[in-house]
Design a protein around this ligand. Sequence first.
Ligand SMILES: Cc1cc2nc3c(=O)[nH]c(=O)nc-3n(C[C@H](O)[C@H](O)[C@H](O)COP(=O)(O)OP(=O)(O)OC[C@H]3O[C@@H](n4cnc5c(N)ncnc54)[C@H](O)[C@@H]3O)c2cc1C
Length: 366
Amino acid sequence: MVKQVTVIGGGIIGASIAWHLTAAGARVCLVSDRPGGVATPNSFAWINATWGNPPDYFKLRIRAMREWTRLSREVSGLPLSWQGSIGWDLPDQEMLDYAAQHAGWGYDVRRIEADEIARLEPALAEIPPFALQVREEGVAEPLAATNTLIADARQKGMELVEGLHVTGLRNRQAGMDVLLADGEMLEADHAVLAAGAETAALAATLDIEVPVETPPGLLVHSRPVPPMLNGLVLAPGLHLRQTSEGRLVGGSDFGGMDPGADPQAAATELFGKLQQSLKGGEALEMEFLTIGHRPTPRDGFPIIGTVDGMDSLYLAVTHSGITLAPAIGLFAANEILDGTSEPLLAPYRLSRFAAAAPASPQAAQI
Ligand SMILES: Cc1cc2nc3c(=O)[nH]c(=O)nc-3n(C[C@H](O)[C@H](O)[C@H](O)COP(=O)(O)OP(=O)(O)OC[C@H]3O[C@@H](n4cnc5c(N)ncnc54)[C@H](O)[C@@H]3O)c2cc1C
């Protein structure tokens, strides 16, 4: 029997899950008051499995990077760019330790010297003595990628209910009702809660506690300019990339900084730093700033999977959603439709919080 699934949330996570469910033959309805997402359009959108991750999380992230390649074969027009990164934003010894550890895990990270950095990124105003290059990292333009997934899923038969607010969920025998602000209700075999920062509030309507924090992240965006950068640049206190439209996007790191009481002043200062970091940077103009709120589970790791005792509800909330989206979409569809349990997701169930896992602020950065 064809399963009916309601997916709540039209950011990169909900879009990917809905796409994979639809492609696997489920009858899917995606409900979102803002298709394209809330955190998603304000993301730095770096796809990586970089430093600071314990081995299990590294495995999930590197698998997700491979799944982006697979997904780009299945969905035409996904705006992906495997442009690679150059980074020197750690103390020297930490950089070398990270490189040795991750290279040992099979990550394509290598040390490069100043002359090679200057050749790869000639627009950099200052060249460090050495850096780490990861050629297999990239970017998915986040809003365009999400909209492409939604459009492709619709072509495959997915229904989109947009602009409508979900007010709550109601568990019933062998199914889940999704309650809408207009008083209507969507009945389904399963509901997927992929509502980003709103996930906790919606789960609370079923008396389920989902520990999610939403730190703000300021990024600055220049007016589009001809190509200046060839890849991601991760300098101390400044992570930078150039979008496919030609905008330079910068944050104090990829996650952005707390904008404080005066975001415009913080953005102006940050943009000044961005200008100084590039030859000819004084000619750049800031076009706008964004402040995104990263849906971040309390211990910094994803919360993915059904809830114990409530098989009809599937949770998917995470930071690093741009990196993880294609793997989460694939695994969620398999788990919901086939009842399988994906080993790579085993550490990331909601039930771990019942055992009060210690916080891992380092992982929460990534
Ligand atoms: C500044 C910043 C930088 C980041 N950098 C990176 C990075 O470099 N690499 C990386 O991998 N990740 C990064 N992230 C994290 C990544 O962007 C997020 O993990 C991801 O976008 C989360 O996607 P989502 O779909 O879960 O949430 P969202 O994009 O927030 O989408 C939530 C969706 O749920 C819908 N919704 C919510 N409540 C309701 C309701 N009641 N009714 C109807 N619809 C509802 C919304 O309309 C929206 O469509 C960054 C995030 C930020 C903010």
